[in-house]
Design a protein around this ligand. Structure first.
Ligand SMILES: [Zn+2]
Length: 193
């Protein structure tokens, strides 16, 4: 939810003069319109999708993968939200749960780029409670991030904000993360609001 508004905001105010950035504010537009997680199923459970799938999300996942393949970016950043804040104890018990205020990665894509982006994002977050943590997530064959990494060989990371925070704050966090990731991969831009 916050990722959609953050994308819209960044698209409105960014002026890119070197490099290329593609924004997809919303993937499952039908689900958003109906205010549900998925029309048939949760989109993030059916990757890499199926061109002739019976379920809407299966076809959508396929189209999304096809689009990313064609666009062929250096990195793909996914914008998500989670209901529980990162907690060392919970993480120890549930490594395959998404936590809020994290950058999610898997072992193949843990990189200097991710660490740099994480450090630079956190510089702008004074409250240590809300600084982003890097979380290692086990490989999931049906998730978008893992399919982008595995099938398309493109490094991909997921930003998870904490959904219990006010929407305005979550949008600001996503906006900050988008700009930092863009900056750290060498895209040159100005940003005036
Ligand atoms: Zn997520």
């Amino acid at each position: 939810m916050a990722g959609i508004y953050a994308c819209d905001t960044v698209m409105k105010y960014i002026n890119i003069y070197e490099g290329t950035v593609g924004f997809i504010p919303m993937v499952n537009i039908q689900a958003f319109k109906q205010n549900v997680r998925g029309v048939g199923v949760d989109l993030n459970q059916v990757f890499p999708g199926d061109k002739n799938g019976k379920i809407y999300e299966e076809r959508l996942a396929y189209e999304f993968m096809d689009f990313v393949k064609e666009f062929n970016p250096d990195y793909v950043i996914n914008l998500h939200e989670a209901w529980t804040k990162f907690d060392e104890n919970l993480y120890g018990k549930q490594k395959d749960k998404s936590f809020g205020q994290t950058f999610i990665t898997n072992s193949e894509t843990f990189s200097d780029y991710l660490v740099r982006s994480n450090l630079n994002t956190n510089k702008y977050i004074p409250n240590p409670e809300y600084k982003f943590r890097i979380q290692y997530f086990p490989f999931k064959a049906n998730h978008s991030m893992d399919n982008i990494i595995d099938k398309l060989k493109i490094p991909s990371y997921t930003v998870e904000t904490l959904r219990t925070l006010p929407l305005a704050d979550r949008i600001k966090y996503h906006e900050l993360c988008i700009l930092t990731f863009i900056e750290e991969c060498g895209v040159k831009f100005t940003y005036w609001k």
